[in-house]
Design a protein around this ligand. Structure first.
Ligand code: FES
Length: 251
């Protein structure tokens, strides 16, 4: 059984962050980075802290930075990383979130920004049950990929605009919140579109995006998040132009 070198960025207590180098055996061809972390905690250091739950890429709790890139640890194969990294794997906590301990970050800011766009469907009034969008409709095709989000925070960590305006009324919402808002804005059953568009077009909204595609590149579900930004920008502009024309006609 071959070994490989696993370096984990560790933080805890009052000590400065440091790299903890571990030697880990390659247990199988399908060994994931999460398996390596679990092995390390069981066999080398029981104090190593990280999160995981489903181990199949569904719960979104195991997001970390592996060899400089945001990834789900449970879906990242050790073998693939060793092929591209010259035989070593470095694991760090997600960026732009406070670190609680080792690889465990505090997601409060991430979820707080989601609440700003009202992340739940607001049907409003009486609706027939069940209120459906048919599977083959263009509305469903538009919305479906954007509803795949598992709120893992990888896009938030990768986005260089997250953190701009922090603590002020210009604090950028970030990719996950905008993606969720887009899915609801495009949903004909929802009745809070105007409210959401006001937030998305405001100081915290889509205009902070520089279209660098980092969010889309790291999304483990392949959600075209940048496309959501672009479509929202276009809609906001069209709505604004319509407003001008209506105003012009009244004069
Ligand atoms: S453990 Fe659930 S996504 Fe990785």
């Amino acid at each position: 059984m071959d070994d490989f070198s696993l370096s984990v960025k560790r933080t805890g207590g009052s000590a400065e962050p440091y790299w903890h180098d571990l030697t880990v055996p390659i247990i199988s061809e399908s060994m994931s980075v999460l398996d390596a972390l679990i092995w390390s905690r069981a066999n080398a250091d029981a104090t190593l802290a990280f999160r995981c739950a489903c181990r199949v890429g569904m719960c979104g709790t195991c997001g970390v930075v592996i060899n400089g890139r945001e990834r789900l640890a449970c879906k990242t194969l050790v073998a693939n990383q060793l092929d591209t990294s010259g035989g070593a794997i470095r694991v760090e906590p997600l960026r732009r979130l406070p670190v609680i301990k080792d690889l465990v970050t505090d997601p409060d800011d991430f979820f707080r920004r989601l609440t700003i766009v009202k992340p739940n469907l607001s049907p409003g009034g009486e609706a027939g049950e069940p209120a459906v969008i048919t599977p083959d409709s263009s509305e469903r095709l538009t919305i479906a990929p954007h509803r795949e989000c598992i709120y893992c925070g990888l896009c938030y960590s990768a986005c260089s605009m997250v953190g701009t305006g922090a603590g002020s009324d210009r604090e950028f919402l970030g990719p996950a919140a905008v993606n969720r808002a887009f899915a609801l804005v495009e949903d004909s059953r929802d009745r809070s579109t105007d409210e959401r568009l006001a937030v998305l077009g405001g100081k915290q909204g889509v205009w902070s995006c520089r279209t660098i595609f980092e969010c889309t590149a790291v999304c483990p579900k392949g959600i075209p998040i940048t496309l959501a930004f672009q479509k929202l920008k276009r809609r906001l502009l069209v709505d604004k132009l319509k407003g001008f024309f209506r105003l012009g006609r009244r004069r």
